[in-house]
Design a protein around this ligand. Structure first.
Ligand code: AMP
Length: 114
């Protein structure tokens, strides 16, 4: 999608700190990290939010979770623990309308979130 900031990151039009890429997903460091490890994992195909996950695109979601699990190991947070977060919609705190999963770790994460 032309105007989408995350699509621009995927296309290399906006710089990012890439940690992983394959034909389906792109993962990069969050510009405003909330934890020592804060990576965003996004599908290369533009999906607006979790509201648009369906039978046709569901495969990308399982792939994202495999990537998240692998990255947690590579980034050294698998043993201590981590959180995978998706914010959906305005009240869910979604600020970028391209489906993304936050991988957070490296500190004690409080629960419930605010
Ligand atoms: P959310 O609030 O769940 O929509 O998350 C969007 C996330 O994208 C926030 O944590 C932002 O800090 C992050 N973000 C926005 N622009 C960029 C960027 N250019 N590079 C890296 N992370 C970004």
């Amino acid at each position: 999608m032309d105007s989408c900031i995350f699509c621009k990151i995927i296309r290399g039009e906006i710089p990012s700190s890439k940690v992983y890429e394959d034909d389906k997903v792109y993962a990069f460091r969050d510009i405003n990290p909330e934890a020592p490890v804060h990576v965003l994992i996004i599908p290369k195909v533009h999906i607006k939010s979790a509201n648009e996950i369906n039978e046709e695109n569901a495969e990308i979601i399982s792939h994202i979770f495999i990537v998240a699990s692998n990255l947690a190991k590579e980034l050294g947070i698998a043993h201590s623990g981590y959180r995978i977060v998706n914010n959906c919609g305005e009240q869910g705190g979604q600020t970028v309308e391209h489906l993304h999963f936050h991988l957070l770790g490296g500190r004690d994460l409080t629960w419930p979130p605010g």
